[in-house]
Write a protein that binds this ligand. Sequence first.
Ligand code: FNR
Length: 196
Amino acid sequence: MTTEPQTPSIRLVAISGSIRRASHCTAVLRSLPPLLPPGVALEIFPLDEVPLYNADLDGDMPPAAVAQLKSAIASADGLVLCSPEYNYGIPGVLKNAIDWASRPGFASPLKGKPVLIMTASPGTAGGVRAQAQIRDALAATLARPLVRQHIAIAGIAARIQEGRLVDESTLGFIATGLLELVDEIRWLAMRSGEAS
Ligand code: FNR
């Protein structure tokens, strides 16, 4: 007997704050599918083609990569971010994407979107300073960054092998974060169903 594959009922979009080919953060995101609960799918949206924010280009016909980014976020039930820290803060690549996605202000695809934030660093602090800034920037967009223990992965280089996160305790900690994200998405869906 064959079983039909389950159509995912929850779709997550994952965004890396690094566009480096061998990025540790992108490797972390690539390692997530086996950790997802049943019925949840995850797709990585690469930021390589997203241009620098320019309000002159920010209208009904934005650059193609921006339109794709906004549409991916709009159709996702939740977001998963993994970012490095640059000079104690949020990398420009990620901040730029949040800026594009945040328009129109307070009514953008980010509004009300649950977000699991992760940071990773070869250093000892795991990018916590960047994480605080990412949370702040998302709060400005009215997104819903998950309130939970930080996922700040220190010593990331030693936890990656062949482009995948292989450290069991980190994978376990992230799996719990993903479950909490899915719970939040389901709770929001139930609440909006109650309201309608
Ligand atoms: C860094 N790096 C870094 N790391 C950190 O923990 N705190 C920091 O403030 C900085 N600052 C910083 C600035 C710049 C310009 C670069 C290029 C790098 C190191 C950084 O965490 C490391 O390069 C990561 O591996 C980058 O993430 P990806 O590309 O591997 O995902």
